[in-house]
Design a protein around this ligand. Structure first.
Ligand code: ADP
Ligand code: MG
Length: 353
């Protein structure tokens, strides 16, 4: 029922605002680990190790051999909207880094317990840093470590009671989603060794992903999915416009994956893993004619000038806003049609014989 007196409007407590917003940047386990892996890639790491305890429920950490963090940045490291990557609005148009909003570490502080170990090449020893829920640095101590950074998050979502329960209940599903995301980075990253291990209860550490840091998408596909899967793929290299091209691989006609839709479909824009539901739909439709029971496997990297799209659409940056998505879809459709056209199909069939 309507209330008789009009309530007064007051600002929400800063800490509460921080917690609410943090829950939008970090949606689940995979978006949390994604932010850390992208920070490592932005730091120029060539080895990245993701270490999970109880599938990430207890804790997760990302260890890298990147450039490290300078001591003069320690105090502001986990403060909201503090970043070394973006200074002014126009910079957004020419951004080459994954991060730019300075929200990840501050959000992780609000949602769990964040600690950082880091060392640059100018420091003789590393520093271990502890932060509180508002992102303030509360403790600092020296320790031995190679150049690089380790970020640890314990008990993600412990500050959001509802999400915390959901998180525990769905942890195996979240873990599966995380592995798929790590596969995406393993497919696209060139010259980066990616390792993921998980430890549960009393069991020993087990490696769930391990790549060599190959220098091509082709070799990455072989590492992640194996040679048999790779042999069922066809290269896709097409100019979409003067300034835009796509490179990658898709299933040969009749050689898809019988799994669920999207299970083995990976899309990237300038090496950034993104969701491209429209592209996926067009590809699936074309593929259906040759194989109605399966879905095509796809690894597609769109190389586009940074001014032609906007990643600043959703807090998790998975959605991309293209300035001319219509013509991109049309050109891509033509390229895929060629691969799935009957003439091309008989050609591949001949090769198989
Ligand atoms: P953003 O990536 O948008 O800048 P983050 O909150 O993810 O925001 O990180 C804040 C800053 O901390 C980064 O701009 C970077 O300078 C530093 N940083 C975070 N992780 C690492 C890392 N693994 N190696 C080096 N620097 C890092
Ligand atoms: Mg970041």
């Amino acid at each position: 029922s309507a209330r008789a007196d009009s309530p007064s409007i007051k600002p929400i407590n800063k800490g509460v605002v921080h917690r609410i917003c943090a829950g939008q940047v970090i949606l689940d386990l995979s978006s949390a680990v994604k932010e850390l892996v992208e920070n490592s890639l932005d730091a120029g790491a060539t080895t990245i190790e993701v270490v999970l305890k109880d599938y990430g429920e207890e804790s997760f950490k990302v260890i890298d051999n990147g450039c490290g963090i300078s001591p003069h940045n320690f105090k502001v490291l986990a403060l909201k909207h503090h970043t070394s990557k973006l200074v002014d609005f126009p910079d957004l148009q020419s951004l080459a880094t994954f991060g730019f909003r300075g929200e990840a570490l501050s959000s992780l502080c609000a949602l769990g317990k964040l600690t950082v170990e880091t060392r640059t090449k100018n420091e003789p020893v590393a520093t271990h840093l502890t932060f509180d829920h508002s992102g303030l640095l509360i403790n600092e101590k020296k320790l031995a470590r190679q150049v690089g950074t380790t970020v640890t998050v314990e008990r993600l979502f412990s500050s959001l009671p509802v999400r915390s329960k959901e998180f525990s209940r769905n942890i195996r599903k979240e873990y599966g989603k995380l592995l798929s995301l790590l596969n995406a980075y393993a497919l696209i990253a060139k010259g980066v060794r990616l390792v993921c291990t998980n430890t549960t209860g009393k069991n020993n550490k087990s490696a769930v992903l391990k790549t060599q840091g190959s220098s091509s998408i082709k070799d990455n596909i072989i590492t992640v999915f194996g040679m048999n899967t790779f042999n069922c793929l066809e290269p896709l290299n097409t100019n979409i416009s003067d300034s835009c091209m796509v490179e990658g691989f898709i299933s040969k006609p009749g050689h898809g994956s019988g799994r669920n839709l999207g299970d083995r479909q990976f899309f990237f824009v300038n090496n950034r893993p993104v969701d491209m539901p429209k592209v996926s739909k067009v590809m699936n439709e074309l593929y259906k004619c040759s194989n109605p029971k399966q879905y095509p496997i796809a690894v597609m990297n769109f190389k586009v000038p940074t001014r032609a799209y906007d990643v600043n659409v959703t807090p998790d940056k998975r959605k991309i806003f293209f300035s001319d998505e219509g013509s991109l879809i049309v050109s891509l459709k033509e390229a895929i049609e060629k691969i799935y056209s009957p003439s091309h199909r008989s050609f591949s069939a001949n090769i198989l014989l």
